[in-house]
Design a protein around this ligand. Structure first.
Ligand SMILES: [Mn+2]
Length: 324
């Protein structure tokens, strides 16, 4: 099974690199490869450009897996990338990585379930294939080499990258079932690794935003607006969950000394009304009050020097004009 791949890694300094802000799929894929390589007597180091997200950090801790943050790329001769194939996802390592790659000082291979593009780091596409997660791609490719833990890690990548099975097909459920049974883990254990534990500060901020919410109806459009000092974007997402078509949450960011407005629009609503938060709300808002805007049709943000309560008023007046 891919013997030339393994023999090419013998006596190499191998880095298993996750993407910036590594998620569970990325770190589980690296951990699976580390176990497979170990069974082939090949040592490797897991690296993360800067940060791993909450679930990925918890995974390293609970599984007692060592990793290096900001690895020194010069120390390695082979770099295997997990769950990415794009220079943008290298974070702070990008410059050094490109330099070493151009000098051919490192050999790079990507394991990724996102479609390869012309600008991909590894365009050979040997291990870049469509799958629900990178762990599933590894299962498809190397399952005879999997042990109990590999099957467990594969299940974690699958549950994370399908958004707890909000997408899937017959093969996905068969693969997940196989992983669960061969890992000898319970579903509850798998779930516990993928849980997002919201810290108290965030929970309080969300509850405050909820209690201050104003509901505005413009014809059949429900707009929920609120204010909170932190976690505006998380609060805006929650207000959509409660049933708003559009949510607006503003606040004053003391660290940046700026007002912030986070907004969200429900995706079905957006389609039906041909509504785009950036084009139809934030661009007109910017031309009225200045500031910086960013985001896309369903999730966007404004920042600037303007009273955060007046920002809400201006936004509501723009929405009124649009939906009347
Ligand atoms: Mn992934």
């Amino acid at each position: 099974m891919h013997e030339e791949f393994f023999s090419s890694l013998k006596n190499q300094k191998v880095l298993l690199l996750c993407h910036e802000h590594a998620d569970l799929d990325s770190v589980c894929s690296a951990a699976i490869m580390q176990r497979i390589l170990k069974s082939k007597k090949i040592n490797s180091v897991i690296g993360v450009p800067a940060h791993a997200n909450e679930q990925a950090s918890n995974f390293f801790l609970r599984e007692k897996i060592n990793f290096v943050a900001k690895p020194d790329l010069e120390k390695y001769s082979a770099v295997l990338c997990f769950d990415f194939n794009d220079f943008d996802q290298l974070g702070a390592l990008r410059e050094e990585f490109e330099l070493l790659l151009n000098k051919k000082a490192i050999r790079v291979l990507s394991f990724d379930h996102h479609i390869a593009e012309k600008t991909s780091i590894d365009s050979t596409s040997v291990f870049v294939k469509k799958a629900f997660s990178t762990t599933q791609l590894l299962l498809d490719t190397f399952s005879p080499l999997f042990d109990l833990k590999c099957f467990f890690y594969c299940a974690l990548g699958l549950i994370e990258d399908t958004g707890h099975f909000s997408v899937g097909d017959e093969k996905l459920f068969l693969d997940f079932s196989k992983c669960l049974s061969l890992s000898k883990k319970s579903f509850a254990e798998v779930l516990s690794f993928s849980k997002h534990i919201v810290k108290k500060g965030e929970r309080i901020a969300l509850l405050k935003a909820a209690s201050r919410t104003e509901i505005n109806e413009i014809n059949d459009v429900v707009v929920a607006s609120s204010t909170v000092s932190f976690f505006q974007s998380q609060a805006a997402t929650k207000l959509l969950d409660f049933g708003a078509d559009i949510s607006l949450v503003s606040g004053f960011d003391e660290r940046a000394n700026l007002s912030v407005l986070s907004c969200r629009a429900n995706s079905l609503f957006k389609q039906e009304k041909k509504f785009n938060l950036v084009r139809d709300l934030l661009v007109p808002l910017q031309s009225r009050i200045g500031g910086e805007i960013g985001g896309h049709s369903g999730a966007a943000q404004w920042k600037g020097n303007y009273d955060y309560l007046l920002v809400l008023q201006e936004s509501m007046s723009i929405l009124h004009a649009f939906f009347k």
